[in-house]
Write a protein that binds this ligand. Structure first.
Ligand code: UD1
Ligand code: CA
Length: 457
């Protein structure tokens, strides 16, 4: 394949989104729309990728800050797709290969399709190749006008099409390959004498034909791929299709997904074979899950690393946490960022954790808050234990040694240390360090008053 560069048109506002956020930054299946065509362009080896930004250009540029292969150019006024492409001229100065032109709002486009388009364009020695699709309802799209022999003549926009042209079902996807020299040599000759008073990129097709250059159309196998997102209903539809694709890939790689239509796994999530995902789970943020895990109903996981054989029970929420082998969590547990659970740890229902390390085999089975704590191995944390880590100004650490036993309803007023193999009796408020192998107990002595209720009556 000859050298390919890409231009991605993303200057439009996306008026129909009715949003304060520019359209291409709206997420679908966990990533902004624009990430999808950018990824496809990268997969086919396009370099550089020139991003034409306009509305909220700073936010769009900021999204790709540090990406060396992406060059952002500004289209101050949106004067049409032809004008947008012309804005990329300087960024591609000296480039003389194939320019791939894409839109920022077509997240369903597959890299395979682009590969086919580029391969076809280059093998045929074409000057312009348009990716097209035959639609049952072509309304709104530009139409491909061919002559009697089937050769492409020009593209006519919906608003400029006569009744006969409106009958044409073959539409312009807005995705093209063009010879760089032809593109930048002729884009300025395109006028704006049309219904929208815009500079149409599509007019370059007629220009190429008039010059006797080869102008071809390649029909996409799957019209779904070229679907553009214009409003939030299409955004939901595109996200649904993307999720279906990711879920299918996961299932083919050995993951059981009980109901793929009700499982929300973002792009980039990795899951090992023989893991079972029950319905209504949301898994995103670069999460990695090992093999042989079970994720029950209604679990939300983001930014976690979960090793093999873990069981996450219903209704749990896990954020930016690390779980080693065979950890059990939930139901209805909340692991907040910075939670590290070593092998065979058990976190039960209504337990909240934050910035803690818990050693192998330790358990907190019920109704507990553990924050800013370092907990050793084989520790038992009783029901209702609370690390009092915050004094209203600063956060303080709790340290609990190996094999310590914390009874029910214990408050650990941090900073505080419980030595290894010590026992803290139920109901104790620990304010001083507990040495190893000891008993800590702080209770108000109990008083029984015989017959007290009877006297009250
Ligand atoms: C365009 C095509 C149409 C095709 C359709 C496919 C033209 C004239 N028409 O129509 O043939 O069927 O796409 O979806 O090209 N943009 C800019 N700057 C501008 C104008 C547009 O960056 O000045 C960007 C938009 O943000 C968008 C893309 O170009 O990503 C397409 O623009 P849009 O106005 O949506 O074109 P359509 O009318 O859909
Ligand atoms: Ca459009």
């Amino acid at each position: 394949m000859d050298h390919v560069a890409a231009i991605l048109l993303a200057a439009g506002k996306g008026t129909r989104m009715k949003s304060g956020l520019v359209k291409v930054l709206h997420p679908a299946a966990g990533q902004p729309l624009i990430d999808y065509p950018v990824a496809a362009a990268r997969t086919v080896g396009a370099k550089p990728v020139v991003l034409v930004a306009g509305h909220q250009a700073e936010a769009v540029q900021g999204h790709y800050r540090g990406a060396e292969d992406i060059r952002c150019v500004l289209q101050k006024e949106q004067l049409g797709t032809g004008h947008a492409v012309a804005c990329a001229r300087e960024a591609l100065a000296g480039f003389d290969g194939t320019v791939l032109i894409l839109c920022g709002d077509t997240p369903l486009l597959r890299a395979e399709t682009l590969e086919r388009l580029i391969g076809f364009h280059q093998a045929q020695g074409a000057t312009v190749t348009v990716l097209t699709a035959a639609l049952d309802d072509p309304y709104g799209y530009g139409r491909i006008v061919r002559d009697g022999s089937g050769a492409v003549l020009r593209i006519v926009e919906q608003k400029d099409a006569d009744p006969e042209e409106q009958e044409i079902r073959e539409i312009n996807s807005g995705i093209y390959c063009m010879d760089a020299a032809f593109l930048f040599g002729n884009i300025d000759s395109v006028g704006s004498d049309n219904a929208q008073k815009e500079f149409y990129l599509t007019d370059l097709v007629a220009v190429a034909v008039q010059k006797g250059l080869t102008c071809l159309a390649l029909e996409s196998d799957d019209p779904e791929e070229i679907m553009g997102v214009n409003d939030r209903s299409q955004l939901a539809e595109a996200a649904r299709i993307l999720r279906r694709r990711f879920n299918r890939e996961l299932m083919l790689s050995g993951v059981t997904i009980i109901d793929p239509d009700q499982t929300y796994i973002d792009r980039g999530v990795v899951i090992g074979p023989d893991t079972v995902i029950h319905p209504n789970c949301h898994i995103g943020g670069k999460t990695i899950i090992g093999s042989g895990c079970t994720i029950d109903n209604g679990v939300t996981i983001s930014g976690c690393r979960i090793a093999d054989g873990c069981h996450i029970k219903s209704g749990s929420v896990l954020e930016d946490s690390e779980l080693h082998e065979a950890v059990a969590v939930g139901p209805m547990a909340h692991l907040r960022p910075g939670t590290v659970l070593h092998a065979h740890v058990k976190i039960g229902n209504f337990v909240e954790t934050k910035k803690i390390v818990m050693g192998e085999g330790s358990k907190a089975s019920h109704l507990t808050y553990l924050g800013d704590a370092e907990i050793g191995r084989d520790v038992n944390i009783g029901c209702g234990t609370i690390t009092c880590n915050y004094d209203g100004v600063n956060k303080h650490r709790t340290v609990i040694g190996d094999r310590a036993f914390i009874g029910s309803d214990v408050q650990l007023v941090a900073p505080v240390t419980v030595g290894r193999n010590s026992l803290v009796a139920a109901g104790t408020t620990v304010t001083n360090d507990v040495p190893p192998d000891s008993l800590a107990i702080s209770r108000v002595p109990q008083v029984n008053k015989d017959g007290w209720r009877l006297k009250k009556k």
